[in-house]
Design a protein around this ligand. Sequence first.
Ligand code: ATP
Length: 321
Amino acid sequence: MSTIEMMETSMSSIEEGPPAVLVQDLWKRYGDVEAVRGISFHVRRGEIFGLLGPNGAGKTTTVEIIEGMRRPDGGQVRVGGYDPITQADQVKRRIGVALQSTALPDKIKVREALKLFASFYPRRIPVGELLQLVALQEKAESVFDTLSGGQQQRLAVALALVNDPDVIILDEPTAGLDPQARRELHGVIERMRAGGKTIILTTHYIEEAEKLCDRVAIIDRGRIIALDTPRRLVARSRGQSRIAFRTATPIEVNALRRIPFVQKVARNEEGYTVWTVDVPRTVVELIKWLESGNHELLDLHVMRPTLEDVFIELTGRSIDR
Ligand code: ATP
């Protein structure tokens, strides 16, 4: 048994079977650039697995190797147990990739594009079902170049689904879309998961990873630096919660530092923020202190650490920088 076969077997469970995708110690270099430096992970059946990282982190290279579009310099990949290089036909049957929609002719109609793509495959999902899934029923007879960016992107997702693949790869599907179009696409992705698909999603939008993904691999400079559910990544971080509040009368910032569990204090135009390692006890102490000083509390809200905080903690910088 090869190492990768042993990994597949050891990661199998009775309910889930072998992982949908297995990536083991992947390496890829372009000239002097080491784009991927020893990446390993597995994707479970039916989950949305996120690759989150800044531009140039190696996300696209990783998914292109999974798709069989690029050869790794080292390491191995299995999709449903098949090797994308030596068993490309088997992998193509099982994987759907959302192409950059600009690859379509401008004058093609939505329905025509779906029929054309479906004609390449023996197994296919009915066009009406696809249109419904991506909420493009009303645009079925519209010409491609009249679609909005969000509609074009939803069409790209529908095209990835025509042959009813098990695994869908979405590389930065919402890049450049406005918040409304992004939310609509998120709905499509969630419906795909509800339909039992396994989804690999690359993104540099932290909120997207946090909202959609069952598990997230944070990638930086060609390596995975953390991998878990968004909730556990945040819970494990040392990031502190913040309590932001406003009062009717000004208060002395230094006095806030003496409240138990408060680690840091800031004042801005909105009011005051305290960082704490224990939200419930700090809230109780803070309110007691405000009452004892006759400071009327106007509002208060708690902000938990986010994946953004986790990213900064791990890399020392924000994802957009
Ligand atoms: P982006 O979101 O910008 O695509 P990414 O995380 O997907 O980023 P990759 O596209 O995989 O990252 O790129 C990883 C590194 O490899 C980057 O430094 C990039 O410039 C480099 N790179 C990617 N493709 C090539 C190529 N064909 N030739 C040379 N260098 C490349």
